[in-house]
Write a protein of this length. Structure first.
Length: 191
């Protein structure tokens, strides 16, 4: 069987179809041969409606993968856990309390709305990782991505987290991505 990868955008901040909802955030439905992954969950408002309107079968997801712990990527976790995905991959720091400063200097909470305890009590296996992991024969989860000094400096006035010393710039140590092996044809399915 030839390797086949299909990526469907479920949640994004821009949509062109009248039957889809846009929201700040991201969620991608990834089908690789007979495996299905959900990469991020958006804020949770559009996930279920868009998935239904795109005819995506959320009940057969093998794993949910979280890129980082901000609400626009984790907000739909409670919704997706109702479908009992087999596994949830995330960096341990997704549970840190995180904040963002907007253009008016207002600080607001962007933390993951689901606690580690809640996830551990669900039927989904929680796999916390910092190192690269192979999720499928041709798909790798990057693990921690160190930010370069220039990128970190530009983010210091926007993202914050609490640590034992109080509010400090967020280093976004929980950021990770999926990396496909490029030895197969990529099928992009626009919405």
């Amino acid at each position: 069987m030839k390797n086949k990868l299909i990526i469907t955008v479920v949640v994004n901040n821009h949509v062109e179809k009248p039957y889809l909802l846009a929201e700040k955030g991201l969620s991608l439905f990834i089908k690789f041969n007979d495996q299905q992954f959900l990469f991020d969950t958006g804020t949770g408002e559009a996930l279920l409606l868009n998935a239904a309107n795109l005819n995506l079968d959320l009940a057969n997801i093998d794993a949910v993968v979280i890129s980082h712990g901000h609400r626009e990527h984790t907000g739909g976790l409670k919704n997706i856990l109702a479908f009992k995905p087999g596994k949830l991959y995330a960096h341990p720091a997704i549970f840190a309390e995180k904040f963002c400063r907007d253009s008016t200097e207002l600080l607001f909470n962007v933390s993951c709305p689901v606690s580690k305890t809640f996830l551990e009590k669900s039927s989904t296996e929680l796999i916390l990782n910092k190192k690269p992991l192979q999720l499928a024969p041709e798909i790798i989860l990057s693990g921690e991505i160190p930010l370069d000094q220039k990128t970190q400096t530009s983010l210091n006035d926007i993202f914050y987290r609490f640590d034992p010393y109080g509010l400090v710039p967020d280093t976004l140590e929980d950021e990770q991505f999926l990396l496909p092996n490029c030895n197969f044809k990529l099928n992009y399915r626009p919405r």
